[in-house]
Design a protein around this ligand. Structure first.
Ligand SMILES: Cc1cc2nc3c(=O)[nH]c(=O)nc-3n(C[C@H](O)[C@H](O)[C@H](O)COP(=O)(O)OP(=O)(O)OC[C@H]3O[C@@H](n4cnc5c(N)ncnc54)[C@H](O)[C@@H]3O)c2cc1C
Length: 387
């Protein structure tokens, strides 16, 4: 039988994160956003709550939960703010997860405890200035030096989340390490600790949204790291990152649902206060229908990510469901942000109200971790259509 009720532990987590978002994040995040400042204290608070360790085993400093628990936390955070939510999403699913999934025991013991505690952040460097959707076109190279003791990395990566904070400890990058027998590029994943000579973090970007999250371009100029920093098998880097992105799409879907639901929350408050033509605007059917549509989108998108997560946790193939969840959820976030801004009228265009922030934060959800076009390509491929 199908049962969509959350178990007690999931429900308790959801409630705890909801309280944190409303009581700790909501009062201060607007200021961080305006100042384009990374909210270190909030990140430390999420660390103390164990959010960065949610899906990892206790032996590595994690909470022993699962990926769905992470998704619930992301949804509740993004209901209030997406910069904080993406910092957690990228820290866990892009920073720590590749090390947990593909790292050696030594790599896990070295890196995971601080990442799980939220005391350190890891980043994931796949996208390059020359292209993100076509990640196989990677131009960054890594060659073993003559003695075979070090990788020497050259190239650059674009738009890398969590890569330049004071607590960023590492970035895992994809690089071409040779050629396969069939002539294709051999791409491997390599861990580069922050501060390694030859590894430069550019000043932060000026962004449309996610303004309290950390994003930089990275460059590598004869950057040397030990040969042992190879993550997983040589030549498997591309496949590893694609599988990390499949999971990450469920997390981004959850974050998108949070933003979509946050739009409903804000509108429900506002339309019962704001008056026009002698009535609360919530009495007008045009406004009610907008809010009903917003709730419908958030609800259906939530079902899509719950189902994708359920398949993933059961160990079943979930590529198509994750792409569908990301596609519908990011659409829902965009549509809801546009409608919520409309409901707020002129105040929707003012940064002092969260819906303005939601509007600016929604667009990236149709771009990051695979654009909407890429999701459609994946869904079509899973349906057996030629690629
Ligand atoms: C704030 C932010 C944070 C990010 N964080 C990270 C990060 O931590 N790590 C990381 O590696 N990357 C990160 N990214 C990069 C992000 O994943 C890429 O921007 C995204 O995958 C798209 O790649 P692109 O920007 O190169 O666009 P392109 O790949 O150049 O695409 C341009 C347009 O062409 C379309 N397109 C491309 N190919 C096709 C096709 N075959 N058919 C139809 N349409 C196509 C795309 O859908 C898009 O509309 C981040 C980006 C942003 C903006």
């Amino acid at each position: 039988m199908i049962d969509f009720r959350l178990g007690d532990e999931y429900e308790a987590l959801r409630k705890t994160v909801q309280d944190f978002a409303q009581n700790e994040v909501a009062p201060v995040i607007g200021g961080f956003y305006e100042r384009e400042e990374f909210p270190y204290d909030l990140v430390a608070g999420m660390g103390r709550m164990g959010l960065f360790g949610l899906p990892f085993p206790e032996e590595f400093g994690g909470m022993g939960g699962d990926y769905f628990a992470l998704c619930l936390a992301l949804e509740e955070l993004a209901r209030v703010d997406s910069s904080v939510a993406i910092t957690l999403e990228a820290g866990v699913s892009l920073g720590a997860m590749p090390i947990y999934r593909f790292g050696s025991d030594e790599q896990k013991r070295r890196w995971l405890p601080a990442l799980c505690a939220g005391e350190a952040l890891g980043a994931f460097g796949l996208t390059e200035p020359g292209g993100g959707s076509d990640a196989g076109a990677t131009r960054t190279t890594a060659r073993l030096d003559d003695g075979g003791g070090d990788w020497v990395i050259n190239g650059s990566k674009s738009f890398i989340t969590n890569s330049g904070t004071d607590i960023t400890r590492l970035v895992t990058v994809t690089a071409v390490t040779g050629q396969k027998p069939d002539g294709r590029k051999e791409i491997s994943a390599i861990i580069v600790p922050s501060g390694t000579p030859g590894f430069t973090v550019a000043p932060k970007y000026s962004k449309v949204g996610w303004n309290a999250s950390d994003t930089h371009e990275l460059s590598f100029d004869d950057c040397r790291v030990p040969a042992g920093n190879l993550l997983g098998e040589r030549g498997r880097g591309y496949a590893q990152f694609l599988s990390i992105l499949d999971e990450g799409r469920i997390a981004i879907a959850a974050l998108s649902v949070g933003l979509a639901q946050g739009c409903v929350d804000e509108c429900l408050r506002y339309v019962n206060e704001r008056e026009a033509f002698g009535s609360k605007i919530g009495a007008y059917q045009a406004i009610q229908f907008k809010i009903a549509d917003m709730e419908t989108r958030a609800h259906t998108a939530r079902l899509a990510y719950y189902q994708a997560a359920a398949k993933m946790l059961r160990g079943e193939p979930f590529k198509k469901e994750a792409a569908i969840a990301k596609l519908v959820s990011s659409n829902a976030a965009m549509d809801n942000a546009r409608d919520a801004t409309q409901v707020f009228g002129g105040y929707g265009f003012m940064n002092e109200f969260p819906v303005g922030r939601f509007y600016r934060d929604a667009k990236i959800l149709e771009i990051g971790e695979g654009t909407s076009e890429v999701q459609r390509m994946l869904i079509a491929r899973e349906l057996g259509l030629p690629s």
